[in-house]
Design a protein. Structure first.
Length: 173
């Protein structure tokens, strides 16, 4: 078990070294993004469900549900739940957009390394140029994978949140 963990750690550090410093930044960004996504999923399954029950109980306890004032109170209750629910979604979507941009920065820095090696060696050392190409492509791939996975997760969260809010609105009719 210990040796398997050690081999996994060495594989990750080797991968990060081949991708350059931009890959480390992408990795930190992905860690933050996925932490926020899992926090929202946890919130949906725990705190949000309790909040919806409390809001519905408060609404059903009201005697006046038809006046203009009651309608405004209903809108306020729904808006409070919406704000709590969608709190970090814009930040998650922003991190999704930043992922491929950081991958592009990794591409540019890797290609600069390739051109630097070509300038020093006259373009004849393919081994050194391959290191730069690797440093250019690995962050690009990581940025794209991070963005695609983030798009799927944020779209799922948005769909789920919108459905829950519609259910709340329907139950408070």
């Amino acid at each position: 078990m210990y040796f398997a963990l050690l081999d996994g750690y060495e594989a990750i550090t080797d991968f990060l070294a081949r991708g350059g410093p931009v890959l480390t930044i992408i990795g930190i960004l992905l860690l933050v993004k996925w932490s926020m996504i899992f926090e929202r999923i946890w919130y949906l399954h725990s705190t949000h469900a309790k909040r919806v029950k409390q809001t519905l109980a408060a609404w059903n306890a009201r005697e006046d549900k038809r006046s203009w004032r009651a309608h405004q109170i209903r809108n306020m209750m729904i808006s409070e739940v919406r704000l709590d629910l969608k709190t970090s979604l814009p930040l998650i979507e922003s991190l999704v957009v930043v992922c491929p941009l950081l991958g592009l920065i990794g591409t540019v820095t890797g290609m600069i390394e390739v051109f630097y090696v070509m300038a020093l060696t006259g373009g004849g050392d393919a081994r050194d140029m391959a290191g730069g190409v690797s440093r250019a492509t690995i962050p690009t791939m990581a940025g794209m994978v991070g963005a695609l996975s983030g798009i799927f997760a944020s779209n799922w969260l948005k769909t789920r949140m919108n459905r829950d809010l519609e259910l709340l609105e329907d139950n408070m009719a």
